[in-house]
Design a protein around this ligand. Structure first.
Ligand code: TYD
Length: 200
């Protein structure tokens, strides 16, 4: 089973993913977590190009690098685990490319991003996508004190477009489960486990 978590920076994904992993462990399920971009040696190298280098990246190069990191992770780690029937959790997946590079950067038309996403993911799709929805201004306040990476320095207007992109996806994709990220950590966790439980 493939689960993904999405939302803009500061939505609280990492906290919820940790809680979910603990829940799965306590109920007797092993799970594997990967973050995007990252999760393999090559993908982590691409991650540092994307997030930490100060060089300007052309928006199309940015989109292709996120996709290259994804393709490597999916081929090397995710597909073999899915084939064995394991539970894989992805901290971001191709919906981030649609929202950040498509709606945010507007690098190329959305239909082209969709095609690229299906190529980079080797045709696999998440069974459930947990979308932690939050107002970009609230998210910005939450991340104010943390040092920002290259993407996070993109500004409020950019994050409004990205959030709009996730909202559009949540309307068109049945696998999207939208959660109000301003609820308490415990309330959000409860909702996630009650959505997931019937699928286990
Ligand atoms: P990360 O530090 O993992 O952020 P977060 O903890 O919020 O997930 O950095 C990932 C950054 O890269 C984040 O700003 C979102 C961005 N991103 C894209 O722009 N496109 C993508 O396809 C992916 C996977 C991430």
């Amino acid at each position: 089973m493939l689960l993904s978590f999405e939302g803009i920076d500061g939505c609280g994904k990492s906290t919820q993913i940790k809680l979910l992993q603990n829940y799965l462990k306590n109920t007797g399920y092993k799970s594997y977590l990967f973050r995007e971009p990252g999760g393999t040696e090559v993908s982590e190298k691409i991650r540092s190009l994307l997030l930490h280098e100060s060089d300007e990246l052309d928006p199309v190069s940015e989109m292709l690098l996120f996709s290259a990191a994804r393709s490597q992770l999916i081929a090397e780690k995710v597909i073999p685990l899915i084939k064995k029937g394991e539970i894989v959790i992805l901290d971001r997946f191709y919906d981030s490319t649609t929202a950040y590079q498509g709606y945010g950067r507007k690098s190329v038309p959305l239909d082209k991003i969709q095609l690229l996403n299906s190529i980079a993911s080797h045709g696999i799709q998440p069974d459930i996508t947990f979308y932690l929805k939050i107002d970009p201004l609230i998210a910005q306040k939450r991340t104010e004190s943390v040092e920002k990476d290259r993407m996070e320095k993109s500004g409020l207007e950019f994050f409004r477009d990205v959030a709009g992109g996730f909202d559009e996806l949540s309307k068109s994709e049945k696998r999207f489960k939208t959660l109000d990220a301003t609820l308490s950590v415990e309330e959000i966790h409860q909702k996630i486990t009650s959505i997931l439980a019937p699928h286990l």
